[in-house]
Design a protein around this ligand. Structure first.
Ligand code: SAM
Length: 284
């Protein structure tokens, strides 16, 4: 296919585009439409249902900030669960640590196969003997498993399609049951610029469920609005206290200063849905 322009609309009137040198893959899987393009500006780019999932250029912004704050806040993470994450980037970050096992539950085995072929920098860790891949629905897995984990990472796609269930309250209740005492959950939460109401509503139920339910932020240049929100959830671990010192080598984004800064939230993200309704700024 000759060079073309690939667009993702973030709003009816705005979005991001890439000039693609060539399309490496276009496939309708049982769960979603998957496309991979070679671009001059961002290297290879993975789309699911027309939405950017990851680019070789900026994937480390996202993967390091989803994984490292939880792993560095936990005193001794041995067993880790990853929900989603079929591109392998989250697994790679986890296995930088001396964990004993990392279970990855991905619903769409075609995503793993395609990323193992086209994203070697992301997917190399699938070959690590500590990695265990389960093909299936993450929501069902956490309901049925009897295994417990020190850290659980939710690397889902947007709250649409197969991933919608991974943003709901009862999914987090099931996750909590799989968490060992003193355990930590970190999950991608979404774009504060475009999904603010959703984020504020979600925090209401997360704060009821966990003693520490904290949002933190990090830039992801190719995601809607360029700024991404993550949730840090635990009953015992305060994300700003006693971080481990053994930061893995070769990180490109995360460090202890970035960690602390990420939890300093701007005013618009400190709001509550009730206050926004009272001040009439809801849907602002
Ligand atoms: N970082 C990306 C983002 O924020 O949009 C997500 C990347 S990762 C590719 C998302 C993965 O979640 C996809 O491979 C998708 O197939 C998987 N997924 C979606 N719904 C799922 C479910 N219910 N259970 C397990 N995996 C799921």
């Amino acid at each position: 296919m000759k060079a073309s322009e690939i667009r993702e609309f973030h709003t009816p009137g705005s979005g991001i585009f890439f000039r693609a040198r060539r399309r490496l893959l276009s496939e309708k899987t049982p769960y979603q439409k998957m496309e991979i393009y070679e671009t001059a500006s961002h290297g290879r780019v993975l789309f699911l249902d027309g939405l950017v999932q990851t680019t070789e250029k900026d994937e480390f912004f996202y993967h390091e900030m989803l994984v490292q704050p939880a792993l560095m806040a936990h005193p001794r993470p041995r067993d880790v669960l990853i929900i989603g994450g079929g591109d392998g980037g989250t697994l790679r970050e986890v296995l930088r640590h001396p964990v004993e096992s990392a279970v990855l539950v991905e619903i769409d085995e075609r995503v793993i196969a395609a990323c193992r072929k086209h994203f070697p920098g992301l997917s190399a860790s699938f070959g690590d003997k500590r990695a265990e891949v389960v093909i299936g629905d993450g929501n069902r897995y956490v309901r049925e498993t009897i295994r417990q984990f020190d850290v659980i990472l939710v690397d889902s796609s947007d709250p649409v399609g197969p991933s919608a269930v991974l943003h709901q309250e009862n999914f987090y209740e099931a996750l909590k049951r799989c968490l060992r005492p003193g355990g930590i959950i970190a999950s991608q939460a979404g774009a504060p610029l475009f999904y603010l109401e959703h984020l504020l509503e979600k925090r209401v139920f997360l704060e009821k469920m966990f003693a520490f339910a904290r949002y933190y932020l990090g830039p992801v240049p190719t995601y809607p609005g360029g700024l991404w929100c993550y949730a840090f959830l635990s009953d015992r671990v305060d994300p700003l206290r006693r971080l481990r010192r053994d930061v893995p080598a070769k990180l490109k984004y995360y460090n202890a200063e970035v960690h602390r800064a990420a939890f300093a939230l701007p005013e618009f993200l400190k709001e509550t849905p009730a206050r926004r309704r009272r001040t009439g700024t809801a849907h602002g």
